[in-house]
Design a protein around this ligand. Structure first.
Ligand code: GRG
Length: 309
């Protein structure tokens, strides 16, 4: 934790207050997401989409997207449609992940899961509706002063991060691994690089692309986000063991109960935490050339390992 403490000191010196930064950005994202989906006929589907989207997640993904746009010299306004899109995609993946055919969970974000409230049929369609809207949103809502080529690149990158080469592929290998105790570290890394890190990478890189990041910047952003992506999952695995259902807003202790191979089951909790910390340090080094402009992204990386939910 020494490196995190040092970072805290640096933030205090530069008067960067992560807690108020996150609170302000969460509010901006919540407002934009609320406005993105008006309820019209057939009301049921819009209500189901809004139910999960506005259920109060941490908004880490859209905040990463906005922070990257600003670090590269863009604005919040330019990146907000992409930020909303990544949260729509993330939420749809949670709705589908919670379905009885997948993880079969009753609680998410402190509330009953979508299918528990609306039924499986509507929950599947709510996920589909969010997924489709995400792409439409980037294409139609990205401000006209952003070159169309950038929006097109975002759409292509998001599609790749979600499909069989990303989230979907990771989920398939995760489902295949269920009930197996001999999962290798290589397979575990494959699952989480695809299921979790690919979308986090897309959030960061797409925020940069919208702001006109150079090829060299995109490489740095890619390495930063791959590192925080894996760190995010390691901490997620640890929290499943150490946190309560109230803290997590979802069922705790599921991995242990299912005897699932996780980072803490392979390395133990302390070593897992140390590896996550190392990944965050490596991530922050990638942004050194951006100087103080990188503070928000570096602070978010540290938050990822110090969070308790
Ligand atoms: C994307 C087309 C498409 C299909 C989805 C179901 C599925 C395929 C993939 C599963 C992806 C998944 C649920 C990964 C887990 C990622 C993760 C660590 C989620 C927790 O994120 P937090 O802690 O949650 O940011 P909040 O609620 O705060 O947003």
């Amino acid at each position: 934790m020494v490196a995190t403490d040092n970072f805290q000191k640096k933030s205090e010196e530069t008067r960067f207050n992560l807690a108020s930064y996150l609170k302000e950005r969460q509010k901006l994202c919540d407002t934009a997401l609320d406005q993105a989906i008006p309820v019209v006929y057939p009301e049921k589907i819009y209500e189901a989409m809004r139910y999960s989207l506005l259920a109060g997640g941490k908004r880490v993904r859209p905040i990463l997207c906005l922070a990257t746009s600003e670090m590269i010299g863009g604005t919040i306004e330019m990146a907000m449609p992409t930020a909303c899109a990544v949260e729509m995609i993330h939420t749809m993946s949670l709705i589908h992940d919670d379905l009885p055919a997948m993880d079969n969970d009753d609680y998410r974000r402190g509330k009953l899961t979508n299918h528990k409230v609306y039924g499986e049929d509507i929950a599947i369609l709510a996920g589909d509706g969010l997924l489709a809207l995400a792409f439409e949103f980037v294409a139609t809502q990205t401000p006209q002063n952003v070159p169309r080529e950038r929006a097109l690149q975002v759409i292509a990158r998001l599609g790749k991060a979600l499909g069989a080469a990303g989230l979907v592929g990771g989920q398939v290998v995760d489902l295949d691994s269920e009930g197996k105790s001999d999962i290798s570290l290589e397979t575990l890394n494959f699952i989480h690089n695809h299921k979790t890190a690919a979308l986090l990478e897309a959030c960061v890189v797409c925020g940069g692309v919208i702001a006109g990041a150079s090829a060299e910047d995109v490489e740095k952003l890619t390495r930063y986000s791959q590192n925080i992506g894996l760190a995010f999952q390691i901490i997620d695995d640890i929290l499943d063991i150490t946190s309560t259902q109230e803290q997590l807003g979802k069922t705790a202790g599921k991995d242990l109960k299912a005897e699932k191979v996780t980072y803490p089951s392979l390395w133990g909790i302390d070593e897992s935490r140390a590896k996550a910390q190392q990944l965050v340090e490596s991530a922050c080094v990638e942004l050194a050339s951006f100087g103080e402009k990188a503070l928000p992204l570096q602070a978010i990386a540290h938050y990822i390992v110090s969070r308790n939910h």
